[in-house]
Write a protein that binds this ligand. Sequence first.
Ligand code: PXP
Length: 240
Amino acid sequence: MAHLGVNIDHVATLREARRGTEPDPVWAAVLAELGGADSITIHVREDRRHIQDRDLRILRETVHVPLNLELACEVNILQLACAALPEQATLVPEKREEITTEGGLDVLGSGPQVGDAISQLSSHGIFVSVFLDPDPRQIEASARLGAQAVELHTGQYALAEGSQQQKEWQRLSDCSKLITDLGLRLNAGHGLNYQNVGPIASLPDMYELNIGHSIVSRAVMVGMSQAVREMKEQIDKSLR
Ligand code: PXP
């Protein structure tokens, strides 16, 4: 069965909406582990819009399953990763204006940047994955540069419907075979939810699925009644 990496970025997004202390992604990581998360994923973005350096520091100390750090090939963030030593680093493209990671990394068009980042992270003993669109040329280039895993970007598959979704699945399926034939670990993620995860989870040799937004969204919903009940109890208590 594929491992589940729970991305807790959006717990931090909710906290940053008030620039306060709750909800704490550290607490969310503990609960995700109790729920069976096989790894915890966070993205420290250059603009620190959700996960903060403090979160990385405490999660590094408290998470008991592998920690997967998503990061851009940027000098300060790479330094942060090499100091924190997550079990896995996933290189992603990053644009300040995007709402979420929009596409895979352009390994072929990035000059020496990606190869240098892979070497730097690997020399610190960090397992390196690269986030790629299902494009055989990008996958082969990543293997040549020493990446140990590819996380296939499932965003287009998740957005598509009907026969178009079947076409997107076929692209992912073909690329997943190429990834494992090259001896790389196969991961996937982005836009996966309770409805569309099945056909991706059942791809042969799928190692890890990184899922965030749909899990955090569902957590808000399944916890809502209890949260309201507890607040009513507090109000009720104040009258006694
Ligand atoms: N994988 C990568 C590389 C990502 O950048 C993201 C989004 O942070 C995810 C997986 C999770 O995507 P989602 O939040 O849509 O599940």
